[in-house]
Design a protein. Structure first.
Length: 210
């Protein structure tokens, strides 16, 4: 979604949500090995009005999270906010209305579709690394590097994702040269030649190839 088409009121258009991915939540709740921070570790970043948007509580299993808001359309309370707000674990009905940053476990290297090129015998493939930003309204970062990536990504989003405002390089490109291989050395070629020999010499007369 381009920036100029974001139609939320000014308060919500200057709001950033921070949330754990479903994968991170599952790993934390089940005490599986992970590199995800808890909401307890990030709660000091929260600048929301918790009386309106829900306070932070422990559930019956000891998972620390934001409770559900007690008011309908609670997000309208931010319509006329002029300053940026950060929502840690924002309510579900806010997440598609504000810019969101999700923390994902082991989000290291991934191939970026559409950015591979081929020139002559050479091919270049572009990869993403530790962060993916989609149209400046949804970002995913590697939870294992959240202390470095989260403040950088917040700053980047606040500046409309202008790359002048990031210190982190999240893509790299590899170039591959076309290699030549003697076809007669491949197992596929050898198998095809064996089948050809059997067809030509062994199927005409019973016992011929014993």
């Amino acid at each position: 979604m381009p920036l100029d088409s974001f139609s939320q009121p000014s308060g919500l258009s200057k709001s950033i949500g921070i949330a754990l991915s479903k994968n991170c939540e599952t790993l934390i709740k089940n005490n599986y090995p992970n590199k995800c921070p808890t909401y307890e570790e990030m709660v000091n970043l929260d600048t929301s009005n918790r009386w309106i948007s829900g306070d932070f509580v422990y559930d019956e299993n000891g998972f620390y999270h934001r409770e559900n808001p007690k008011r309908m359309n609670h997000f309208r309370a931010y319509d006329f906010e002029k300053e940026w707000n950060i929502f840690v674990d924002p309510p579900g009905d806010m997440r598609n209305r504000i810019r969101m940053i999700y923390l994902e476990n082991n989000f290291d290297v991934y191939k970026i579709d559409g950015l591979s090129t081929k020139k002559g015998d050479d091919q270049t493939i572009t990869f993403g690394m530790n962060r993916d930003i989609h149209s400046c309204y949804r970002a995913t970062i590697d939870s294992g590097k959240w202390l470095e990536l989260l403040p950088d990504t917040i700053y980047l989003i606040r500046n409309n994702c202008d790359t002048k405002f990031t210190k982190f390089k999240d893509t790299f490109t590899l170039e591959y040269e076309l290699s030549e291989q003697d076809i007669t050395t491949s197992q596929k070629y050898k198998d095809e030649q064996k089948l050809k020999w059997i067809k030509e010499n062994c199927l005409k007369e019973y016992g011929k190839c014993k």
